[in-house]
Design a protein around this ligand. Structure first.
Ligand SMILES: [Zn+2]
Length: 171
């Protein structure tokens, strides 16, 4: 491969320029200030910076667009979730997209079997709860009766003592 400038242009098919650009070359027709301004705008790092500024502007614009887009997507997702909630069977943990599919499910054997099973279980749980409450009530009543009995016995004992004292006094 040929390297550098030796009469031919750079590149695969020698299509490039045949001479290097002279750094700091001055155009005699331009004043010093104009020349410097010209150099400033054509200097590689300044061209690069201008490009970056354009990119920043585009990015802000794109960020706004993205924000609006994600907000729109969230709204759609929320609406979809609302619609899905309507056709969701919590009992069977099954999601349906269409009202007709959901209705078919509600009248299916599978769903009704689960429903009966759940009702039975709920009933059993309620019965267990009622039994426990009744047991606790019975225990409380017994406890009350026992306390009353003890108090009655104490009262009778005191009365007996009092009566004995009175009888002794009367004798
Ligand atoms: Zn179901």
């Amino acid at each position: 491969m040929k390297m550098g400038w030796k009469g031919q242009g750079l590149g695969k098919s020698e299509q490039g320029i045949t001479e290097p650009i002279k750094a700091g070359a001055r155009d005699g027709k331009l004043g010093v200030g104009k020349q410097e301004q010209d150099e400033f705008y054509t200097a590689e790092e300044n061209v690069e910076r201008k490009k970056l500024n354009v990119e920043v502007e585009e990015t802000e614009d794109m960020a706004k667009k993205r924000e609006a887009e994600s907000e729109r997507e969230k709204k759609i997702k929320d609406e979809l979730a609302e619609v899905r909630k309507v056709f969701y069977c919590e009992l069977c943990n099954k999601q349906y997209k269409l009202a007709t599919e959901f209705e078919v499910h509600l009248s299916s054997y599978d769903h009704n079997h689960k429903k009966r099973f759940k009702e039975m279980r709920d009933l059993q749980a309620a019965k267990t709860r009622d039994d426990r409450i009744r047991r606790e009530q019975r225990r409380a009543e017994k406890e009350m009766a026992r306390v009353t009995q003890t108090e009655l016995q104490a009262l009778r004992r005191r009365n007996r003592v009092l009566m004995q004292g009175l009888q002794q006094f009367l004798v």
